[in-house]
Design a protein around this ligand. Sequence first.
Ligand SMILES: *Cc1c(COP(=O)(O)O)cnc(C)c1O
Length: 391
Amino acid sequence: MPTSPEPPSSFLLDQYRQTGRFPINHNYLQGQFADYDEIFKELALLVERGDFTLGQPVKDFEERICGLTGARFCIGVGSGTDAIFLSLKAAGVGPGDEVITTPYTFYATVGAIATTGARPVFADIGPDLNLDPRKVAEVITERTRAVVPVHWSGLPCDMEPLWELASQHDLKIVEDACHSLCGSYRGRSTGRLGWTGCFSLHPLKNLNVWGDGGFITTDEEEARDRLSLMRNHGLLDRDTCAVWAYNSRLDSLQAVVANHLIDKKLAHITSSRQRNAHRLDELLAGVEEIHLPERPPDRVHVFHLYCFKAQRRDQLIPFLQEHGVDAKIHYPLPMHLQPAAADLGYQKGDFPQAEATCESVLSLPVHEFISDSSLELMAQKIKEFYARPVR
Ligand SMILES: *Cc1c(COP(=O)(O)O)cnc(C)c1O
């Protein structure tokens, strides 16, 4: 492990303040929680009852998620990362096993695999920017136990070929659905496309709370039983521990915030993102230098990110920023080239699609506070950039 002279300081608030200076930005939390008084009132009731741990709000939340996704069961946990980690542990994954995932994801997908003791194995992505099932087939070995497809940016993966591989090789599919709540594949919700579906309630996700939180969905009783134990010390009751386990519960307090959003805002959050994304698709349709990802008609995309590949991306971003647009890169370096992956033995060139994507991808904000005129301005500035002579 590389050592640094000092532990890294928190860069998160600085990051927020930085992006806050752009008139068109990814930073919408103050607007979203402008009605926090209402939530405070609900929290006051919670404090009066002392119902802090796996309380009624968590049960209510789990029920709402079952309603929303159609899943039979939901288990509230501490974060999206824990949702993946606990699912893999519940599937029996551990040291000596291999778990296949995409190198084009957020660090947590790989971190959750590695912390089970299993080896993360990467397979390249396809034109939808998700795991390419043909590449997955190439890296399956005797030791492969699970696949973690990531529904990147909110677009569900092409699941049919993954289901076939899973049944041929007896693999568990653990969906990283952290970007894709309310998305679907052939009429079936994300979170019901694998053995378990893993979601995050992080402040930057589509359904978000005031800190960390996550949940797991499943149709399998066996998974529900194990996971309900594993998030709560393995306890059957106060005095009986069935398995040595973890403490990773969704806080009642955060469940109150999530329930409020599900009841009042989630439909609006989702439909605004979809509407804004479709509008941008139209506005950008004629620009040759940019390349929108595939949007297959059998999938409902929820646009947690609106991302696309662009020529001269590294000049385009500062140009957009100069004009007040918070264009961002999610993310500049694929997982197999991160310092953390050094001991996995991968090299540059191993996953050309993921690498090319990281070198050319950018994201524009499409959240519920982005106006039509902002969408038009973003498209206009992109066109202006490409109309300038290349120097
Ligand atoms: C956010 C995210 C996670 C982790 O969620 P946390 O709640 O922050 O732990 C995992 N995978 C992906 C793709 C994510 O974007």
